[in-house]
Design a protein around this ligand. Structure first.
Ligand SMILES: [Zn+2]
Length: 212
């Protein structure tokens, strides 16, 4: 049996954080992150509804290791809402690192969701910040537009794509991850943990070629 997935007008493609800082040469580069760009460009042409997310931090953001004296990137600390991985400074509002990749060509995208803009809360998910209660407004937008299924691609598979997929599912949307249109970071086994978690929720992972 094939995983063929036919795109309809009730689908949204969520293209997650395809920004300079998450690609090679950027400040929080996802290995081979740039490889998703042509794949996502190709897929996006099949969707009437494409939503882009953009990590968008103020300087001194809580998720930056540099905001915590003595801490290094990729360490985990406890903050008010639970554990938080610390990252190199990245995607600072208004900087070139926060811009979308210049070769990301989706002029018909209908919405850009900026996230992580509150200094004291990180936001991996496109739906909820990391406290799991502060919404970004995306669920309401999709519902109001009558969109029922969210297909996800982008960076990074094991963080922002993962949490966006989980929250889409939690919000009652059908979530599908286009795995070869994602690249991951893999901190402490986070790739394997992501695959297990998606499978346990019944969130399908497909390949770009399955989209028809
Ligand atoms: Zn970030």
């Amino acid at each position: 049996m094939t995983d063929a997935t036919a795109v309809t007008d009730r689908d949204a493609l969520l293209a997650v954080d395809i920004q300079n800082d998450f690609c090679p040469g950027g400040r929080l580069a996802v290995p081979r992150g740039d490889e998703v760009v042509p794949i996502v460009n190709r897929i996006a042409a099949k969707f009437a509804n494409v939503v882009l997310t953009q990590d968008w931090h103020p300087p001194g953001h809580l998720s930056f290791a540099s905001s915590h004296p003595g801490k290094r990137p990729y360490e985990t600390i406890d903050v008010a809402y639970g554990p938080q991985v610390l990252w190199p400074d990245h995607c600072i509002q208004g900087t070139s690192g926060a811009e979308f990749r210049a070769d990301l060509q989706i002029p018909h995208a209908v919405l850009v969701v900026r996230k992580g803009f509150r200094r004291t809360i990180d936001s991996y998910s496109a739906f909820y910040e990391n406290d799991r209660v502060t919404p970004t407004g995306l669920a309401g937008y999709l519902r109001e537009r009558g969109l029922t299924r969210v297909l996800l691609a982008g960076l990074a598979f094991d963080f922002c794509v993962r949490y966006s997929a989980e929250d889409a599912h939690r919000e009652g949307f059908t979530a599908i991850v286009i795995e070869d249109a994602c690249r991951g970071i893999d901190v402490d086994g986070s790739m394997a943990a992501t695959r297990r978690q998606l499978a346990s929720l019944g969130i399908r992972c497909i390949e770009a070629k399955d989209i028809v």
